[in-house]
Design a protein around this ligand. Structure first.
Ligand code: SF4
Ligand code: ZN
Length: 741
């Protein structure tokens, strides 16, 4: 390895470790050894993994200042003297060890900064995200499983110009990369650059500002470390397994923009140890022996016409270095396209115009046609296009998607139709909300100025349907009506179709079919986890229904969704079938023998990291509580959602505790063996609000129309002591039901 790089790594690590030591000394003096140390992000969401990198690699959970000296000592022990002159020959091993020491010390520094109230950082009035919360880690895990997020970039430094910064981030986003931002070059941070250009940052846009110092890059490593523990099911402290998991699954790399300094190089050496290669946009001398993992691609030497083309090539190189297989293909549209844009919001002030929403009629309808009835790739806009209408106006729209294919079935229409939302939202500068006859689309001025028009919705739907559903869809034709009379005409027809579909779906009950479907997508992270999906219960992530799985099986007969023949019934009340048990046994690596569908107490389904909500037994109240992933508050069980996931997640079967989708609560098949909703004594407020209508209907079905008001939430009770009197006062049915255990 380059003598210069090795020397910098060792001297940088010395610097970081020394600083951690000084900070610790002063913090201990000021606050004492029992002062808690905890990471939380800008929204106050935290982690149960202590300082996650240290926890993952050593198995030691740091929770207070007094836990730090031991780790700091270990870091010191990894340092060799800084090579000086020609007397000492720096070697790769020493430099890499220095990298580990640097990473430990950086995480300690951040921990101490939390104690001192300096994290998450605020710079120029902007609050950085700081560390990644457990909740977010899990939800990105789902994107990793699904393949929509294929890798992650840790950017250190700042780009040559604001324009280049935007281009790099857009290129990464449109390739489905998660982007972490840290550090500065010559006093500038890429976060400054992006904010100045009005780029939206945060979890939503897959572009997360960690902090403006190099040390904050450690938060990205903390994310990878937790992914290994929670999705890889690797016990903390199994250092080599954690590193191997990261190398194989996390697809991370460091993109170093601007000149290097010793702290950056030491951090980089730490990243190399974790299996993350480094791509620099500057000249790094003499990389013999490490040229596979440290790539020097001096920006101005990159062949290409201009900076924009260079930025694109730099990103391309990052992806190639990591060997990332992109699921996303190039879209023939004038704006970027990728899941990073899904959460993007187009504000009123930034919009060219909107369609549907509160002020105009709208609908989306996907229907099956005969092979000869439609023409693949034909897109028509009937009525005014974007540029024909008044800026800022609300307009009618009907998006009619017609598909044909020999394996297409009428039942798949709603499955594909629901994808319109996901597909359209992936376009930069386009916001899509809703479905069926309540759609709301906004297109930004900047997208329009780059040439985006309504007809491009056709391109998006055509390409995406072929990509994702190519096995059942051979032809896609899209017609967009923006003429008010036409839209009205279609609305009537479409409403009739929606009604028929709903009736048909309501008729597909658990009893009405003899085949359920499995989903084993999450096994790449929770190897023993299997979701079995009957018609009246979606997968616990909320993303896959029975019909979705049936369509997926048609698309890919050897994929993660397989038919499961129910077979002989063992227990009708608990919902146990021989065929299901057999399947579960085989597909759970023979860890689990039984699943019941209707009981939480006896062999409930396993729970992986991506459930939307958890139901947990509260014996004191003779009932259960339900907490949503979006609810960070502490429940009367004395645990938050995140702490519960620590017990139940990772693919375990835990009687009395189970992950599930939010929607399932309103299903007649929600733990009927224990009494269903009547057992729910506490429920996260956001679920109460989001599913108010469905839940009310479910309560009425149970003969308890006022039940929802009798169920406590975070406003009425945060402890058992508050919960019990609330239930007494309201006369909650659980108090007089048969004992749950
Ligand atoms: Fe994972 Fe189950 Fe969702 Fe499939 S249905 S992605 S296994 S949680
Ligand atoms: Zn999962």
């Amino acid at each position: 390895m380059s003598r210069l790089v090795a020397t910098l790594a060792i001297s940088g690590a010395h610097k970081i470790v020394t600083r951690a030591g000084e900070m610790l000394e002063s913090a201990l003096e000021k606050h004492g050894p029992d002062t808690p140390v905890a990471f939380v992000d800008r929204d106050g969401a935290g982690t149960t993994y202590g300082l996650p990198v240290i926890y993952a690699l050593t198995g030691k959970k740091i929770s207070k200042l007094g836990d730090i000296p031991e780790i700091l000592e270990a870091a010191r022990g990894m340092l060799t003297p800084v090579p000086d002159g020609d007397s000492v020959q720096p070697d790769l091993g020493n430099a890499l060890n220095a990298g580990v020491a640097a990473v430990f010390a950086e995480e300690l520094i951040k921990g101490i900064e939390f104690v001192e109230g300096k994290q998450p950082e605020v710079r120029n009035g902007y609050k950085y995200n700081g560390p990644i919360s457990d909740v977010q880690t899990r939800s990105w895990g789902v994107a990793m499983v699904g393949g929509s997020m294929s890798g992650f970039a840790v950017i250190v430094g700042a780009a040559k110009s604001n324009e280049v910064a935007v281009k790099i981030v857009r290129e990464l986003q449109s390739r489905g990369q998660l982007v972490f931002l840290s550090s500065t070059s010559d006093g500038r941070s890429i976060v400054d650059q992006l904010l100045e250009e009005g780029i939206e940052l945060g979890y939503n846009t897959y572009t997360v500002p960690l902090g403006s110092d190099t040390e904050s890059a450690i938060y990205a490593a903390g994310y990878a470390a937790r992914a290994a523990i929670s999705f890889g099911n690797i016990p903390a402290g199994n250092t080599q397994d954690i590193i191997d998991f990261n190398k194989k699954h996390c697809m991370a790399y460091v993109l170093c923009l601007g000149p290097l300094d010793d702290v950056k190089v030491a951090t980089g050496a730490g990243a190399l140890n974790l299996g993350f290669p480094i791509i620099c946009d500057t000249e790094v001398p003499d990389l013999e022996g490490v040229e596979d993992v440290i790539i020097s691609m001096p920006f101005d030497d990159i062949p290409g016409e201009d900076d924009m083309e260079r930025a694109r090539k730099l990103v391309q190189r990052c992806i190639e270095t990591r060997g990332i297989k992109l699921k996303i293909t190039e879209m023939p549209i004038p704006v970027s396209f990728g899941p990073a844009f899904e959460g993007e919001i187009v504000r009123r002030a930034d919009m060219q115009a909107e369609w549907g929403g509160k002020n105009a009629v709208s609908l989306e309808w996907l229907r099956m046609k005969g092979m000869d009835e439609i023409e693949d790739g034909k897109f028509t806009v009937v009525g005014p296009e974007v540029l024909d209408i008044e800026e800022g106006s609300a307009n009618p729209i009907a998006v009619i998607v017609e598909v044909a294919g020999s394996k297409m079935e009428k039942d798949f229409e709603p499955v594909l139709e629901r994808q319109i939302h996901n597909f359209v939202n992936c376009a930069e500068g386009v916001q899509h909300i809703g479905q069926r006859d309540s759609v709301w689309i906004r297109i930004s001025k900047s997208a329009v100025s780059r040439g985006f028009q309504l007809k491009h919705l056709g391109d998006i739907l055509h390409a995406s349907l072929h990509n994702d559903f190519g096995a059942i869809v051979d032809k896609v034709q899209v017609t967009i009506y923006t003429d008010k009379a036409k839209v009205g005409e279609f609305t009537e027809q479409a409403r009739e179709v929606y009604r028929e579909r709903d009736e048909r779906m309501a008729g597909i009950t658990d009893e009405a079919v003899d085949t359920y479907y499995s989903c084993t997508l999450c096994q790449s992270f929770a190897p023993n986890h299997v979701c079995i999906i009957p018609p009246e219960r979606t997968g616990l992530c909320g993303a896959y229904s029975w019909l979705d799985c049936r369509a997926a099986y048609e698309i890919n007969p050897t994929g993660p969704n397989q038919p499961v023949i129910k077979g002989t019934i063992i227990d009708a009340d608990k919902g146990e079938w021989e065929g299901v048990n057999q399947f579960v046994h085989e597909r759970s690596n023979r860890i689990f023998d039984r699943f019941t569908f209707y009981s939480i107490m006896d062999a409930p389904m396993t729970t992986c990291g991506c459930c939307e909500a958890v139901t947990m037994l509260i014996p004191e109240a003779n009932g259960v509580l339900v907490v949503s992933r979006d609810d960070p508050s502490i429940t009367p069980a004395g645990m938050t959602f995140t702490t519960m996931m620590g017990t139940v997640g990772g693919g375990q079967q835990t009687p009395g505790m189970m992950g599930h989708s939010k929607r399932w609560l309103a299903s007649p098949k929600y733990i009927p063996f224990e009494g269903g909703l009547k057992r729910v004594v506490w429920l996260s407020k956001n679920i109460k609000e989001e599913f108010a209508d469905e839940l009310k209907a479910a309560c009425a079905r149970l003969g308890e129309p006022d039940l929802l008001d009798k169920i406590a939430d975070g406003d009425s009770a945060t402890t058992i002591e508050e919960l019990l009197p609330f239930l007494e006062e309201k006369g909650h049915p659980a108090l007089t039901m048969a004992p749950i255990i």
